[in-house]
Design a binder for this molecule. Structure first.
Ligand SMILES: NC(=O)c1ccc[n+]([C@@H]2O[C@H](COP(=O)([O-])OP(=O)(O)OC[C@H]3O[C@@H](n4cnc5c(N)ncnc54)[C@H](OP(=O)(O)O)[C@@H]3O)[C@@H](O)[C@H]2O)c1
Length: 436
């Protein structure tokens, strides 16, 4: 049997500790599959005294993760500290610069510095594997990078944040407001004390930027992602969606259009009978539309120490086997710049919920403003508050419009005009509809 693969792990939190346990538990199976043993020989974390439920007695301890990354005693450096800044960035750079392969679960680092790190890996002949960075245990990175090497991908979209999907599921199933469901998610440990990064869509945006690069052979560019979160969604929207045959999900969508590549994260109406609409709670999913294939959907646990560690370990096993793929599926010189499709030109159907003032001529005014922007309606639902979405108690009536395909700027212009006409109360709710 070949010499063991010596692994150094920086970060022994949820994922790092689970990885150490899994390497021990799977020792024999890994050796059989890879033709050599995988051994964690060195680790680093902030606190040496913390009990991590793992036996570290025979493992070398490094106070400085960058020194661990440079150490000649390891073949592979595994970065599980997190964050786009220090020490993760310097540690990964140091490992790659010394020709060591790197495995990381760090979406923030890859979304911000992915191209530079891939160039460094290429220059020094090292692997840079990051399956766990998107969708944790779901093998979406390998599917796009290797499984679909022979297919042109048109679109990839998914539920990439379990916190948001948990909140939306609970709001829908129990007819509860957003704030109550967020509190429950925090109580259960599904949401951070400061949940902004998740609920405002930034976590999904980082993952989407990585998926878009893999899908379309472009450079990772997080700044090209349009982002809206879920905090404005109300139970009234979810009830209306349900009645119209939809469900609301926070989707990350990357799609090739004639105007360039759209990368967008926003609450989205998906048909209730679609695969993605069945994904409830903290589960993640991604659907790929590729030439010559019916849509391919991968569903599974998108977070959690053990789930994430399983993807990290699979990346380590690839290195042990001697498998090496360009980090983003092709040489970095062949990664194209992102031609960003402007969001104003986004084309699709829209759900619009307005609180229309209950006075003569309101409906005609709204219809006129939509017609001026050439927006056609697939359906219009107007109900007095009883039994329907709630009004504002001041004589305004909820009106729900579903448009046929139109443009984002047409919708924005029509709603701005309706606002100036003073026939509605409050801000209209707008949710994009994704064809699936
Ligand atoms: N948890 C998940 O469900 C999940 C899912 C997908 C991807 N990921 C990614 O996996 C990575 C790790 O996540 P996690 O949940 O395991 O995080 P975590 O529980 O917060 O663990 C972070 C670890 O890094 C160590 N660390 C932090 N700063 C350090 C420093 N300056 N020097 C040395 N060690 C340092 C910490 O040491 P101490 O323990 O001593 O404080 C801790 O062991 C992140 O990139 C995250 O985005 C996590």
């Amino acid at each position: 049997m070949a010499a063991p693969l010596k692994v150094g792990v920086a970060g022994l939190g949820n994922v790092g500790a689970a990885l150490a346990a899994q390497v021990t538990h799977q020792r024999e199976a890994l050796a059989a599959r890879c033709g050599r043993r995988i051994e964690i020989v060195a680790v680093s974390a902030r606190s040496r005294s913390k009990d991590r439920g793992v036996d570290l007695r025979h493992i070398k301890w490094f106070t400085d993760p960058v020194a661990l990354a440079r150490s000649t005693g390891i073949d592979v450096f595994v970065e599980l500290m997190g964050g786009a800044g220090e020490p993760a960035k310097s540690a990964v750079e140091a490992a790659l610069a010394s020709g060591k392969s790197v495995v990381t679960a760090n979406k923030a680092l890859l979304a911000k510095h992915g191209l530079k790190l891939a160039q460094l890996a290429e220059k020094h002949g090292a692997a840079l594997n990051f399956e766990a960075a998107v969708g944790a245990a779901i093998p979406i990175v390998k599917t796009l990078r290797e499984g679909l090497s022979g297919n042109a991908v048109h679109r990839v979209y998914g539920i990439l944040n379990g916190t948001c999907n948990y909140i939306l599921t609970k709001m829908e199933q129990e007819n509860l407001p957003f704030a109550d469901c967020l509190k429950e998610a925090q109580r259960l440990g599904y949401a951070e004390a400061d949940p902004t990064f998740d609920i405002e869509g930034h976590d999904t945006a980082q993952k989407l930027a990585i998926l878009a690069s893999l899908a379309f052979g472009t450079r990772v560019e997080q700044s090209a992602v349009y982002v809206e979160g879920i905090s404005s969604i109300t139970p009234a929207d979810l009830t209306a969606a349900d009645e119209l045959g939809y469900r609301v999900k926070l989707l990350g969508v990357a799609v090739k259009t004639p105007k360039g590549i759209e990368q967008r994260v926003h609450p989205t109406m998906v048909r209730k009978d679609s695969s993605i609409a069945q994904v409830m709670g903290v589960t993640n999913a991604a659907t790929i539309d590729a030439e010559g294939l019916a849509p391919l959907t991968l569903v599974g646990p998108g977070a959690g120490g053990a789930a994430t560690a399983s993807a990290v370990l699979s990346d380590i096993a690839d290195i042990a086997r001697g498998l090496r793929t360009a980090p983003f599926g092709r040489p970095t010189a062949k990664l194209a710049g992102v031609r960003k499709a402007p969001m104003q030109r986004h084309e699709g159907g829209y759900y619009i919920r307005l609180l229309a003032r209950d006075k003569p001529g309101t409906a005609a005014t709204i219809a006129k403003r939509l017609a001026q922007q050439e927006i056609s309606l697939e359906s219009i639902v107007q109900r007095h508050p009883e039994g329907g979405p709630v009004g504002d108690g001041k004589g305004a009536v909820p009106v729900i419009l579903i448009t046929y395909a139109t443009h984002e700027d047409a919708v924005r212009k029509a709603l701005a005009a309706v606002g100036r006409d003073r026939v509605i109360s409050g801000r209209p709710q707008v949710i994009r509809i994704e064809k699936n």
